[in-house]
Design a protein around this ligand. Structure first.
Ligand code: SF4
Length: 375
């Protein structure tokens, strides 16, 4: 690192020189160091679109198996549009941000039915597709049609803010404009697809959020943040994310005909997924407190119910920590109409939150006995 610092001080580049040489240096680096993924090796617009939706807010390592599963289950936009919502949500289960799956499905119907299966071939056309914003429209129109639109994602914000030493917050409207116009200025217009792929790979593998590999970086002789020790402070974000904690009590109620179940609706996490009857509060309730809640009385009409409580499960979402306990019981019949009654195979075929899936696989059907009995 000391040699690197000496090298930096000996070299001086003007802003204009840095901008001019950026794309050439980046593309040369990418030729030797680019990552290979199946969606990079194709011109198939459907596959490119699918990969971009799956990779929004998701690391490629996590998204890859989902991409392969979707291509196998729904090889064309017509297959996707004809599939049931339940099947699409089940295939998406565990990937999070479920509105992406709902939008993808509804967009597939728009393309298959209203556009007669013909994909938009430009940026503006893609912006009309549900679930596609400025970033995704730029990515698809450059990767599929080599159109000159620069992508600006988290990797690009990080790399550009560090290299050029830009301290404007990336989540401010001014910051968004600055980074977008800089990325478009740097873009190699004739090689838009290669440039976009290169800058994203560069941010993901070299100019990483923590411990960037500056020794191997082609920009290390004139990187402002390296020169001024600003790496850990860039990019700047204006808003601090508030994390909330939520406490769910799920009831696994087995009757002679199956399990009580319902679909999650409303504008909340896991919309469109299925769940067991649930009571949510700002903290875990004691067993006697639970039995006094109105929701409990909606589930159970009998007074004397014996419940078995699981250990705590939790799931981290971007802005929330979900803590859950599962209460198992068996009753002879369910006479209410709030919940569906589903068989075990129906239960396993429906999309559920990761937390419920984990509980079912490890405890309920998996045989782990970490439970307390409540009378
Ligand atoms: S020198 Fe380091 S901080 Fe600067 S662009 Fe390269 S990897 Fe990022």
């Amino acid at each position: 690192m000391r040699n690197l610092k000496n090298k930096i001080h000996k070299q001086k580049f003007s802003e204009a020189e840095k901008k001019k040489s950026f794309s050439g240096k980046l593309l040369r680096w990418h030729k030797k160091n680019g990552r290979t993924f199946p969606w990079k090796e194709t011109n198939d617009v459907y596959k490119i679109w699918l990969s971009e939706i799956i990779l929004q807010q998701t690391r490629v390592e996590q998204g890859l198996p989902y991409y392969l599963k979707f291509i196998e289950l729904f090889p064309t936009v017509q297959h996707l549009s004809a599939a049931s919502e339940e099947k699409v949500m089940k295939a998406w289960q565990g990937l999070g941000y479920y509105s992406r799956a709902r939008n993808l499905h509804s967009a597939s119907k728009y393309i298959a039915n209203e556009l007669n299966g013909v994909f938009p071939n430009n940026y503006e056309g893609w912006l009309k597709v549900k679930g596609v914003g400025a970033y995704t429209a730029a990515a698809i129109s450059s990767f599929a049609f080599n159109l000159p639109h620069a992508v600006v994602d988290g990797n690009v914000y990080r790399a550009l803010s560090r290299y050029f030493g830009i301290k404007t917050p990336i989540d401010s409207s001014g910051g968004k404009k600055i980074f977008s116009s800089l990325a478009n200025e740097l873009l190699d217009k004739k090689n838009a697809a290669a440039f976009n792929q290169a800058i994203m790979d560069f941010g993901a593998t070299l100019c990483k959020p923590v411990s960037p590999d500056c020794d191997r970086c082609p920009f290390n002789t004139d990187c402002i943040s390296l020169k001024k020790n600003l790496i850990d402070f860039l990019p700047v974000k204006e808003k601090k994310t508030k994390i909330t904690e939520r406490f769910f009590h799920f009831f696994i109620v087995k009757t002679a005909k199956g399990f009580l179940f319902e679909k999650r609706n409303g504008n909340d996490i896991w919309k469109g997924l299925n769940q067991f009857p649930v009571i949510e509060r700002e903290k875990f309730l004691s067993d006697s407190e639970l039995k006094k809640t109105p929701e409990y009385k909606n589930i159970f009409t009998e007074n004397k119910i014996s419940l078995t409580r699981s250990k705590e499960f939790h799931q981290l979402l971007t802005h929330q920590i979900i803590r859950a306990r599962f209460y198992q019981t068996e009753i002879s019949t369910y006479s209410g109409n709030k919940f569906l009654v589903v068989s075990k195979s129906q239960l396993m075929n429906r999309a559920v939150p990761k937390l419920i899936d984990q509980y079912l696989k490890t405890v309920y059907f998996g045989g782990t006995k970490k439970t307390n009995t409540i009378k």
